[in-house]
Every structure is written in structure tokens, then in C-alpha cells.
Design a binder for this molecule. Structure first.
Ligand SMILES: [Cu+2]
Length: 286
């Protein structure tokens, strides 16, 4: 595990150096093949689990390859002209049954807590409703009175502003850092999928249903995602752009959007109460 983490760190270092322009943001990097740098605890656990699986796969592949080479070299017709005729070996058969079972139990041991972490929505300080449309995203902070629509930023503007075309939007969504945000995901038409790799979230947006996920962003920055369900001709043109900012910047943005932070901050109890109706609606859909 330690060595795996080191390997991931070295890879991350090499490839973040290659994509220096995006070093501080959650975005794909040129020629990068490692996962994006995590911005949430969930994504960090996903990366660790991914690294663990990678090493298990490497060990199995190397072992099987070694067995094959051993058989080829030691038991070919020239090296072993008169082969033995037995077909069963109790000990070997027991080992090749038990060892894979133990490997699978080990993987489950690590993966179940991760699934629990992802699927159990913690006490949220903020609720974000995400609605997929063909082909754009609508965002709403129901408790703050903020509603907005984010469209793909056109190529000319993206180039002029030095922002990544096909990832940047005309209206970036702001989220506060160090805040647990519950995300309600639904759709107005076909099935979309709301995905932000650096947050470790990918949730199907289904018409008539409300799916739930959550994130708590640990660092400020710009994070990109994309619709991750093949939804139609403009599937590739409905990106997600999220700016994680300080609470003060977020509050100022909410006011600028015509929302009100008073309901969420000065009257703390009514805010969760206002969010309450969303939960029963969401629960039966799971
Ligand atoms: Cu879509």
C-alpha cells in the first residue's frame, strides 16, 4: 500500500509537471493517464483503492506469466521427453481455490467501506440540485434562492480567455470549500450523468427520479466534469465547471446571483427543515 502510494505520487508528479497549466485545477492533463488529483476525501479513497487493485493485478499477472515461462522452459518436449500421466493434485487444487477467494475477500474488505462512504449522505450544510437537460445543466441552491443555467462556452470565447474548450461553461457554478454539500441529481428529458472526477462523483440524472450524492471540497480551485451518459447528439457539449471558493466569496456570489444567504446562515435551523421535503422524495428512488 505504501509503495503503491509512492508509485501514484511519482506518476502524479510526472504528469502534473506535463500539464503545469492545469496543475491547480481538476482537469484532464495532456498525455496524462493517472486519475485526477483528488479534491475530496472520497476521491482520495478511490485513488488509494485503484492503486491497491493495480498492484494486486500486477502481482497476479507476473505470477501467472512466471508459471507459463516455467512450464515452457522446464516441461517442453526436449527438456522433459517422457511426461508423467497424472491429472489431479489435491494440494494444488485446494491452493488455487483458496488463494483467489482470499484475494477477493481482501478486495471486498477494502471496497465496502468505500461504497458506504460514497452512498451514505452525511449531515449536509448545503443542498445543490442538479438537473440535466439536452444539452446543458441547470443548478439550484433551493435554500439560498439561487437558480442558474450553465451552457458550453463557445470556442472563440474559450480560446480568447485561455479556458479549456469543451470543459468551460458560460456560467461556472460556485461551491464553498470545507462544506458538506448534498447533491440531488435529476433530469428534464433523457438520462444524463453528472460527473466531476476530482470530487469522485458520478451520478445518473434520470427523469422523474432524484438521485443523491455528496461532496466536501478540501481545496480551492477550478474543477471540470462532463456529462457521462451517452445522451444524444450534443452529449459532448454539456460540460460541468465548478469553482470551489471560500465561504465569504461564495456568500458574495449568492447575493450577486439574487439569492439570500440569510436563510441559510442566520436562521440555521430552518435551512435543513426547508431541505427536508427533498429527502423523502429522494429516498424511495434508491
Ligand atoms: Cu447528457
Amino acid at each position: 500500500m505504501k509503495r503503491g502510494a509512492l508509485f501514484a505520487a511519482v506518476l502524479g508528479g510526472v504528469f502534473s509537471a506535463a500539464g503545469a497549466a492545469f496543475a491547480m485545477v481538476g482537469a484532464p492533463t495532456p498525455r496524462g493517464y493517472a486519475l485526477q488529483e483528488p479534491a475530496t476525501a472520497v476521491m482520495r479513497d478511490i485513488v488509494d483503492f485503484h492503486t491497491l487493485l493495480l498492484w494486486i493485478i500486477v502481482a497476479i499477472s507476473v505470477f501467472v506469466l512466471a508459471l507459463l515461462l516455467w512450464v515452457i522452459v522446464r516441461y517442453n518436449r526436449r527438456a522433459n521427453p517422457t511426461p508423467k500421466k497424472f491429472t489431479h493434485n489435491m494440494l494444488v487444487e485446494v491452493i488455487w481455490t483458496i488463494v483467489p477467494v482470499l484475494i477477493l475477500v481482501g478486495i471486498a474488505w477494502k471496497s465496502f467501506p468505500l461504497i458506504y462512504l460514497q452512498e451514505r449522505i452525511p449531515e449536509a450544510e448545503l443542498t445543490l440540485k442538479v438537473t440535466g437537460n439536452s444539452w446543458r445543466w441547470d443548478f439550484e441552491y433551493p435554500d439560498l434562492g439561487v437558480m442558474m443555467t450553465a451552457n458550453l462556452l463557445d470556442e472563440a470565447t474559450a480560446d480568447a480567455e485561455g479556458r479549456p474548450y469543451l470543459l468551460a461553461t458560460d456560467a461556472p457554478l460556485l461551491v464553498p470549500v470545507d462544506t458538506t454539500v448534498r447533491v440531488l441529481v435529476t433530469s428534464n428529458d433523457v438520462i444524463h450523468s453528472f460527473a466531476v472526477p476530482a470530487f469522485g462523483i458520478k451520478e445518473d440524472a434520470i427523469q422523474g427520479r432524484v438521485n443523491e450524492t455528496w461532496f466536501n471540497v478540501e481545496r480551492e480551485g477550478v474543477f471540470y466534469g462532463q456529462c457521462s451518459e451517452l445522451c444524444g447528439v450534443n452529449h459532448a457539449y454539456m460540460p460541468v465547471e465548478i469553482h470551489a471558493v471560500t465561504r465569504a466569496e461564495f456568500d458574495a456570489w449568492v447575493v450577486a446571483q439574487g439569492g439570500s444567504i440569510a436563510s441559510a446562515e442566520t436562521e440555521a435551523p430552518p435551512a435543513p427543515a426547508a431541505a427536508e421535503p427533498a429527502t423523502p422524495a429522494a429516498t424511495p428512488t434508491r
